[in-house]
Ligand binder design. Structure first.
Ligand code: PLP
Length: 400
């Protein structure tokens, strides 16, 4: 609360009612760009959600769950069969990684809730949380809502690598956790095993937790073994909270089903916070999640191939009109330098012009940085779209 208190009329002004925490960050720019895209009937390459259907197996299982009257609260930390299915799928995908579904999984409302529940459960006011930037825009507010201070470490174009010395300097006696998002939004970087080894050594040395966001686990263009889950890196087994969701892998961002995987003591704390935040994730959609986890390995190979095709339609179109970027190794975003296309280097005005004048929505680069000036010359485009949507976007972009 502001110290101003009630005015002469004896009433508290609306802004005085807003908490310091909520005043510290602004509304999501990504979701805001989606609204603007709707207003201008623009092709929405801003927010990362698919415009194509989810696998039929998921729809059938969701319908069957509703027909079976799976209508009431599931166990607060997740339906037992869904947790078992998640643990089985992890064991199939990463042999040797064994999870106890009874004690090490908490099912949440998407990875968004998983991240805030984890921070609220494991981070104290006064702590520091290391976040690589550019970043997915939730991590800063999540840290702030937990009373912690985000400490940013730069990923630098063109390959979005980090400087080991800069990372080492970011660790302090107050560092409680580091957030690792791999494959990474917005850069498309996939953290290599060597990079994860560097992070692991520092986390062990400083006794720091790793909170990973692996929502793009299966969306990368590196082939087998391309994605390394940090929890499988020596030293990190007992200090990692792995966050994932149905949202991206199965094209169901509106279902709101995610989960955390963590050692039992950490999971206990996350489950408690999660219970008071949301009670539980949608029960019939957890039932459908069992069907998702049962999809064969070929589903993931096909999905990655289709995303590669989408990437290979959008990237040449962006390059043709003058955007400068490295094609992403993972996730479904391209973070571009606008260069000569935006001589003023004013990303917000440029993105608005693009929506209103050209009919394509992207996300201004500044929204991915703590210091907006770092992203002024950047814009992010998302490509989880039908090929024809991407061709339509390419056609419109040519008018640039
Ligand atoms: N994490 C990252 C890195 C994302 O890019 C997104 C969505 O774009 C989310 C989390 C949100 O995930 P969910 O829909 O499961 O809450």
């Amino acid at each position: 609360m502001s110290s101003a208190g009630p005015s002469a009329t004896g009433r508290i002004s609306a802004t005085d009612r807003i908490s310091v925490k909520a005043s510290t960050f602004s509304e999501s720019v990504i979701r805001g760009m989606t609204r603007l895209a709707r207003e201008h009937d623009a092709v929405n390459l801003a927010q990362g959600f698919p415009d194509f259907p989810c696998p039929p197996e998921l729809k059938q299982a969701a319908k069957a769950a509703l027909d079976d009257d799976v209508n009431q609260y599931a166990i607060t930390w997740g339906a037992a069969d869904f947790r078992r299915a998640v643990a089985d799928k992890v064991a199939r995908t990463y042999p040797g990684w064994v999870i106890d579904p009874e004690r090490e999984i908490c099912v949440t409302c998407g990875s968004t809730e998983a991240m805030i529940a984890t921070m609220l459960a494991l981070v104290d006011p006064g702590d520091e949380v290391i976040v690589f930037e550019p970043f997915y825009e939730n991590y800063g507010p999540d840290a702030i809502l937990s009373g912690a201070t985000p400490v940013y470490v730069q990923l630098r174009a063109p390959d979005w690598s980090f400087d080991e010395a800069e990372l080492r300097a970011a660790f302090s006696p107050r560092t409680r956790a580091i957030v690792v998002n791999t494959p990474h939004n917005p850069t498309g970087k996939v953290f290599s095993r060597a990079e994860l080894d560097v992070i692991a050594a520092l986390c062990v040395q400083h006794d720091v937790l790793v909170v990973t966001d692996e929502i793009y686990e299966h969306i990368h263009y590196l082939g087998d073994g391309g994605h390394v889950p940090p929890a499988t890196v020596p030293g990190l087994e007992d200090r990692t909270v792995t966050i994932n969701a149905l949202s991206k892998t199965y094209a169901v961002t509106g279902w709101r089903v995610g989960w955390t995987i963590a050692p039992p003591a950490l999971t206990d704390a996350i489950r408690k916070v999660h219970d008071f935040l949301t009670v539980g994730a949608p029960a019939p959609l957890q039932a459908a999640g069992v069907a998702a986890m049962a999809l064969p390995a070929s589903y993931y190979v096909d999905m990655a191939a289709k995303y590669r095709e989408r990437r290979d339609v959008l990237c040449p179109a962006l390059a043709e009109v003058g955007f400068v970027f490295e094609p992403p190794d993972g996730a479904y975003y391209v973070l571009c330098q606008t260069g000569a296309l935006d001589p003023a280097q004013d990303d917000v005005a440029f993105a608005r012009r693009l929506v209103a004048g050209v009919g394509v929505a992207g996300v201004p680069g500044s929204s991915f940085y703590s210091d907006p000036s770092r992203g002024r010359g950047q814009i992010r485009f998302a490509f989880p779209k039908k090929i024809e949507t991407l061709y339509a976007a390419a056609e419109r972009l040519r008018s640039l």
